[in-house]
Design a binder for this molecule. Structure first.
Ligand code: ADP
Length: 482
């Protein structure tokens, strides 16, 4: 039996993207299709989305979606059905999905995404004639009001729902004064409803209302029961017990594959690793680094506390002292940028950086660097280490979240068993990170071991195939379908 799933997301590639959520929402329909799941995606009608739709058919309309008129447009996301909530007063604005052109969050985000959740809940509940669903799947706080509206609908919505957390750091928390404007029954204001620390918590409401919760790695699913990672929701997560699942994201082999990557000077596979050398030389030239046989570390990252860049700044002298070089691509915190510029000035020819966002360069760095540094304090899933594995750019990662689930540390047993794919370290502190760098450089000197690590990583399957199967199995279990 085909299972009909409504995927509720505030972004999805190729239409609109600010982060990893867009990759997941864009890839899911294809990933679950082989497992008997027909997925329809529903998105807010930002200008980029309605423009891509062109002259789309309106299949439903609301006189008042939290006070605004809205239409439901039907189109396509790749080869899959797409629904778009077209409400110009809410979504047709210049700027990003959540912020204006100056980067300031829209002041009425609560209303924009409550309305989106309300619309999605109506669709999930069968408001549109001829459109039925067996399950709804909401992503992050922007979609989290959908399960809540489903649960608190006058007659209730019979179908089950899944709530996925891509990053617990973003929760959609607003003052109590908005509650009266949400159009929910008064009994929704409860500890196990939308109330959260005296205000309204969107993600909290979704987590309390959904039939199951998923996050993007098994380790992160465990970590968020702990105050250090749960960001206030650890108690709730702990009470949900085995209804919390961890499913690692996949990567798109059409985009990230060293055998076909058009961004690389030289393509290669695990059988032809020697061909990477030309990419390394080109990367050294591009970054004006000294040429050499020593290890070339790379780092592609947002410059934030989450990503441990402050500790990376501390270990740079150690890395250079041991004969390493570093090329970094990133943007973010100005103080971190300044620290990186200072490190590059201290170590000309050995440390170099590019400030900004450059997709093509990020491919060249994975295809030419020897090792990629990912010292995140928390990492729900992480993509850069997966690209590193696929490209033979050995990941050196903090043992947390998806990093812990996807990188096998090169301890003696793993090396002997040919299972090692990288270096992991516990705790994002100077001593542990510096020790990991020391170990990495020593491993790099053992050519056979290093090559084996590259090959094992490159041969591991991190495509969407596995994740698609896991999501489909969960949907089936919740929908009670065989
Ligand atoms: P997060 O979503 O927390 O930033 P992930 O590792 O899950 O971390 O995903 C980051 C994605 O953004 C990866 O695809 C990475 O290559 C890309 N990325 C991050 N910073 C840059 C940059 N400065 N230039 C190009 N790509 C970047």
């Amino acid at each position: 039996m085909t299972l009909r799933v409504l995927s509720i997301a505030s972004e999805a590639v190729p239409l609109i993207k600010t982060g990893g959520l867009a990759d997941v929402a864009g890839a899911l329909p294809d990933a679950v299709a082989p497992h008997g799941v027909a997925m329809t995606t529903i998105l807010p009608g930002y200008p980029a989305v309605t423009k891509a739709l062109g002259k789309a058919k309106a299949i439903h309309q609301w006189d008042s979606l939290l006070g605004e008129p809205a239409r439901l447009l039907a189109g396509k996301l790749g080869s899959h059905p797409l629904l778009v909530v077209d409400s110009p007063n809410l979504f047709a604005r210049d700027g990003g999905p959540y912020a204006d052109l100056a980067g300031r969050d829209w002041g009425d985000n609560w209303r924009r995404f409550a309305a989106f959740g309300r619309a999605a809940a109506d669709v999930a509940g069968g408001a549109v004639k001829g459109l039925g669903f067996d399950l709804a799947h909401a992503h992050d706080w922007q979609a989290a009001m959908a399960p809540a509206y489903m649960r608190f609908a006058p007659a209730g919505t019979a179908i089950p729902s899944v709530m996925t957390i891509h990053n617990m750091a973003f929760q959609g928390y607003y003052g109590a004064d908005i509650f009266a404007l949400l159009g929910l029954p008064s009994w929704a204001w409860a500890i196990d409803g939308v109330e959260y620390h005296g205000g309204v918590g969107f993600l909290k409401a979704g987590l309390e209302s959904a039939s199951a919760i998923t996050t993007v790695s098994p380790t992160y699913a465990r970590e968020i029961r702990d105050p250090a990672f749960g960001m206030g929701l650890e108690g709730l997560i702990a009470t949900k017990g085995d209804r919390v699942h961890g499913i690692v994201n996949g990567i798109d082999p059409a985009v990230w594959n060293p055998e076909t990557d058009q961004h690389l000077l030289q393509t290669y596979s695990w059988r032809s690793l020697a061909r990477r050398a030309a990419n390394k030389r080109a990367l050294e030239r591009e970054f004006h680094l000294e040429q050499g046989d020593g290890p070339l570390f790379v780092c592609v990252t947002r410059l934030t506390w989450q990503k441990g860049i402050d500790v990376l700044l501390e270990v740079i002298d150690h890395l250079v002292g041991l004969g390493g070089r570093l090329a970094l691509l990133g943007a973010g915190d100005p103080a971190m940028e300044a620290g990186l510029h200072a490190a590059a000035a201290r170590h000309p020819g050995r440390v170099a950086l590019r400030i900004g966002y450059d997709e093509a360069l990020s491919h060249r760095m994975q295809g030419g660097g020897d090792a990629i540094l990912v010292p995140s304090r928390f990492e729900p899933c992480g993509l850069t280490q997966l690209y590193g594995l696929a490209y033979g750019c050995v990941p050196v990662v903090a043992h947390t979240g998806g990093l812990a689930d996807t990188v096998v540390d090169a301890n003696l047993a793993a090396i002997n068993g040919q299972a090692a794919t990288g270096v992991t370290f516990h705790g994002v502190t100077y001593p542990s990170f510096a020790d990991a760098i020391t170990r990495t450089i020593a491993l790099y000197g053992q050519r056979d071991v290093w090559t084996q690590m590259q090959r094992t990583g490159m041969k591991t399957d991190f495509s969407w195939k596995r994740s698609g199967q896991a999501y489909a199995a969960l949907y089936r279990q919740l929908a009670g379908a065989e």
